[in-house]
Design a protein around this ligand. Structure first.
Ligand SMILES: [Mg+2]
Length: 206
Protein backbone atom coordinates (compact mmCIF):
# COMPACT_ATOMS: atom_id res chain seq x y z
CA UNK A 1 0.00 0.00 0.00
CA UNK A 2 1.35 3.38 -0.99
CA UNK A 3 1.22 5.77 1.91
CA UNK A 4 0.79 9.48 1.35
CA UNK A 5 1.78 11.65 4.27
CA UNK A 6 1.06 15.33 4.74
CA UNK A 7 3.57 17.68 6.27
CA UNK A 8 3.07 18.35 9.95
CA UNK A 9 3.23 22.04 10.64
CA UNK A 10 1.78 24.04 13.50
CA UNK A 11 0.92 26.85 11.09
CA UNK A 12 -1.38 24.46 9.26
CA UNK A 13 -3.43 24.01 12.42
CA UNK A 14 -4.32 27.71 12.62
CA UNK A 15 -4.85 28.27 8.90
CA UNK A 16 -8.55 27.26 9.09
CA UNK A 17 -9.20 30.29 11.32
CA UNK A 18 -8.12 32.62 8.52
CA UNK A 19 -10.12 30.66 5.97
CA UNK A 20 -13.25 30.88 8.10
CA UNK A 21 -12.90 34.63 8.46
CA UNK A 22 -12.37 34.93 4.72
CA UNK A 23 -15.32 32.65 4.07
CA UNK A 24 -17.72 34.92 5.90
CA UNK A 25 -16.75 37.62 3.44
CA UNK A 26 -17.13 35.17 0.54
CA UNK A 27 -20.62 34.21 1.67
CA UNK A 28 -21.87 37.77 1.75
CA UNK A 29 -20.38 38.45 -1.67
CA UNK A 30 -22.80 37.27 -4.35
CA UNK A 31 -19.97 36.79 -6.85
CA UNK A 32 -18.09 34.29 -4.70
CA UNK A 33 -20.80 32.62 -2.61
CA UNK A 34 -20.85 29.52 -4.81
CA UNK A 35 -17.39 28.54 -3.58
CA UNK A 36 -19.02 27.53 -0.29
CA UNK A 37 -21.79 25.42 -1.83
CA UNK A 38 -21.59 21.67 -2.50
CA UNK A 39 -22.39 20.04 -5.83
CA UNK A 40 -24.85 17.78 -4.05
CA UNK A 41 -25.81 16.95 -0.45
CA UNK A 42 -26.33 13.36 0.75
CA UNK A 43 -27.77 12.01 4.00
CA UNK A 44 -24.56 9.96 4.40
CA UNK A 45 -22.00 8.27 2.17
CA UNK A 46 -24.14 5.16 1.68
CA UNK A 47 -26.51 7.28 -0.41
CA UNK A 48 -23.73 7.92 -2.93
CA UNK A 49 -24.28 5.04 -5.32
CA UNK A 50 -22.19 3.68 -8.20
CA UNK A 51 -25.12 4.62 -10.46
CA UNK A 52 -24.95 8.26 -9.33
CA UNK A 53 -21.18 8.38 -9.87
CA UNK A 54 -21.43 6.79 -13.32
CA UNK A 55 -24.18 9.21 -14.32
CA UNK A 56 -21.96 12.13 -13.32
CA UNK A 57 -18.74 10.77 -14.82
CA UNK A 58 -17.01 10.36 -11.45
CA UNK A 59 -14.33 7.65 -11.32
CA UNK A 60 -12.50 8.56 -8.10
CA UNK A 61 -13.41 9.86 -4.65
CA UNK A 62 -11.29 11.72 -2.11
CA UNK A 63 -12.74 10.85 1.29
CA UNK A 64 -12.80 12.89 4.47
CA UNK A 65 -12.68 10.80 7.66
CA UNK A 66 -14.12 12.51 10.75
CA UNK A 67 -17.91 12.56 10.73
CA UNK A 68 -17.87 11.37 7.11
CA UNK A 69 -16.69 7.75 7.35
CA UNK A 70 -16.75 7.48 11.14
CA UNK A 71 -17.33 9.69 14.17
CA UNK A 72 -14.56 11.93 15.52
CA UNK A 73 -11.48 10.02 16.65
CA UNK A 74 -13.21 6.66 16.29
CA UNK A 75 -11.43 3.78 14.59
CA UNK A 76 -14.70 1.88 14.23
CA UNK A 77 -16.44 1.53 10.89
CA UNK A 78 -20.21 1.00 10.88
CA UNK A 79 -21.38 -2.02 8.84
CA UNK A 80 -23.31 0.30 6.51
CA UNK A 81 -20.17 2.34 5.73
CA UNK A 82 -18.04 -0.77 5.37
CA UNK A 83 -20.55 -2.17 2.87
CA UNK A 84 -20.48 1.13 0.97
CA UNK A 85 -16.68 1.04 0.69
CA UNK A 86 -16.91 -2.50 -0.67
CA UNK A 87 -19.58 -1.42 -3.17
CA UNK A 88 -17.29 1.37 -4.37
CA UNK A 89 -14.40 -1.09 -4.80
CA UNK A 90 -16.67 -3.51 -6.66
CA UNK A 91 -17.77 -0.69 -8.98
CA UNK A 92 -14.13 0.17 -9.74
CA UNK A 93 -14.27 3.58 -8.05
CA UNK A 94 -10.81 4.73 -6.92
CA UNK A 95 -10.68 5.86 -3.29
CA UNK A 96 -8.20 7.74 -1.10
CA UNK A 97 -8.41 9.62 2.19
CA UNK A 98 -7.59 13.30 2.67
CA UNK A 99 -7.98 14.34 6.30
CA UNK A 100 -6.97 17.43 8.22
CA UNK A 101 -6.50 15.25 11.27
CA UNK A 102 -3.10 14.00 12.44
CA UNK A 103 -1.12 10.99 11.25
CA UNK A 104 -1.70 9.39 14.64
CA UNK A 105 -5.45 9.47 14.05
CA UNK A 106 -5.50 8.80 10.30
CA UNK A 107 -2.83 6.11 9.75
CA UNK A 108 -4.47 3.28 11.76
CA UNK A 109 -7.89 4.08 10.28
CA UNK A 110 -6.60 4.18 6.69
CA UNK A 111 -4.58 0.99 7.14
CA UNK A 112 -7.59 -0.82 8.61
CA UNK A 113 -9.68 -0.12 5.53
CA UNK A 114 -6.77 -0.45 3.10
CA UNK A 115 -6.83 3.05 1.60
CA UNK A 116 -4.05 5.43 0.65
CA UNK A 117 -4.17 8.65 2.60
CA UNK A 118 -3.02 12.20 3.15
CA UNK A 119 -2.99 13.26 6.81
CA UNK A 120 -2.59 16.92 7.87
CA UNK A 121 -3.94 17.75 4.42
CA UNK A 122 -4.87 21.32 5.44
CA UNK A 123 -8.11 21.47 3.46
CA UNK A 124 -9.22 23.83 1.94
CA UNK A 125 -5.66 24.04 0.62
CA UNK A 126 -5.13 21.87 -2.47
CA UNK A 127 -2.30 19.68 -1.16
CA UNK A 128 -4.41 16.58 -0.42
CA UNK A 129 -6.41 16.87 -3.64
CA UNK A 130 -3.25 17.20 -5.73
CA UNK A 131 -1.70 14.11 -4.15
CA UNK A 132 -4.91 12.15 -4.56
CA UNK A 133 -5.36 13.17 -8.21
CA UNK A 134 -1.80 12.12 -9.00
CA UNK A 135 -2.47 8.78 -7.33
CA UNK A 136 -5.80 8.30 -9.17
CA UNK A 137 -4.50 9.37 -12.57
CA UNK A 138 -7.83 10.97 -13.51
CA UNK A 139 -8.91 14.38 -14.76
CA UNK A 140 -10.43 16.87 -12.32
CA UNK A 141 -13.89 16.38 -13.79
CA UNK A 142 -13.61 12.65 -13.06
CA UNK A 143 -13.02 13.03 -9.31
CA UNK A 144 -15.02 14.34 -6.37
CA UNK A 145 -14.52 15.08 -2.72
CA UNK A 146 -16.77 13.46 -0.12
CA UNK A 147 -16.86 15.40 3.15
CA UNK A 148 -19.03 16.96 5.82
CA UNK A 149 -17.66 20.46 6.42
CA UNK A 150 -18.09 23.61 4.33
CA UNK A 151 -14.96 25.52 5.34
CA UNK A 152 -12.60 22.63 4.70
CA UNK A 153 -14.17 20.03 2.39
CA UNK A 154 -16.59 22.04 0.25
CA UNK A 155 -14.41 25.10 -0.06
CA UNK A 156 -11.34 22.98 -0.79
CA UNK A 157 -13.08 20.99 -3.53
CA UNK A 158 -14.41 24.13 -5.17
CA UNK A 159 -11.04 25.89 -5.00
CA UNK A 160 -9.36 22.88 -6.58
CA UNK A 161 -12.07 22.63 -9.23
CA UNK A 162 -13.57 19.24 -8.46
CA UNK A 163 -17.12 18.22 -7.56
CA UNK A 164 -18.09 18.18 -3.90
CA UNK A 165 -20.44 15.49 -2.60
CA UNK A 166 -21.26 16.80 0.86
CA UNK A 167 -22.66 14.50 3.53
CA UNK A 168 -24.47 15.31 6.74
CA UNK A 169 -22.24 14.71 9.78
CA UNK A 170 -22.56 11.24 11.29
CA UNK A 171 -22.71 12.50 14.88
CA UNK A 172 -23.09 15.75 16.86
CA UNK A 173 -19.85 17.76 17.10
CA UNK A 174 -17.81 17.28 20.26
CA UNK A 175 -15.10 19.85 19.55
CA UNK A 176 -16.03 23.46 20.33
CA UNK A 177 -14.17 24.77 17.27
CA UNK A 178 -16.17 22.59 14.90
CA UNK A 179 -19.43 23.28 16.72
CA UNK A 180 -18.72 26.98 16.11
CA UNK A 181 -18.11 26.33 12.42
CA UNK A 182 -21.43 24.48 12.25
CA UNK A 183 -23.17 27.66 13.37
CA UNK A 184 -21.48 29.53 10.52
CA UNK A 185 -22.52 26.80 8.10
CA UNK A 186 -26.21 27.11 8.95
CA UNK A 187 -27.06 30.22 6.87
CA UNK A 188 -25.04 28.84 3.95
CA UNK A 189 -26.90 25.54 3.92
CA UNK A 190 -30.20 27.37 4.44
CA UNK A 191 -29.39 29.29 1.25
CA UNK A 192 -28.44 26.06 -0.50
CA UNK A 193 -31.79 24.47 0.33
CA UNK A 194 -33.75 27.65 -0.42
CA UNK A 195 -32.22 27.74 -3.90
CA UNK A 196 -33.26 24.13 -4.52
CA UNK A 197 -29.87 22.49 -3.94
CA UNK A 198 -29.91 18.75 -4.50
CA UNK A 199 -30.43 16.68 -1.34
CA UNK A 200 -30.37 12.92 -1.69
CA UNK A 201 -31.91 11.16 1.30
CA UNK A 202 -33.54 8.27 -0.49
CA UNK A 203 -31.53 5.83 -2.60
CA UNK A 204 -34.39 5.19 -5.02
CA UNK A 205 -34.42 8.87 -6.07
CA UNK A 206 -31.14 8.45 -7.93
MG1 LIG B 1 -15.08 15.82 8.60
Amino acid sequence: MLLLEGRSCYLIQILPVFFILGSVELFYNRETRSILLPTCLFKNVSYITPAFLKKNGIKALVLDVDNTLTSHNSQQLAPEISAWLQAMHDAGIKLAIASNNTKKRVIPFAKAIGLDFVANSAKPLPYGFMRAQKLFGVAKNEMALVGDQIFTDVMGANLYGIKCLMVEPLAPEIKASIAFKRKLEKPIMAKYHKNGGAYISAKEKQ
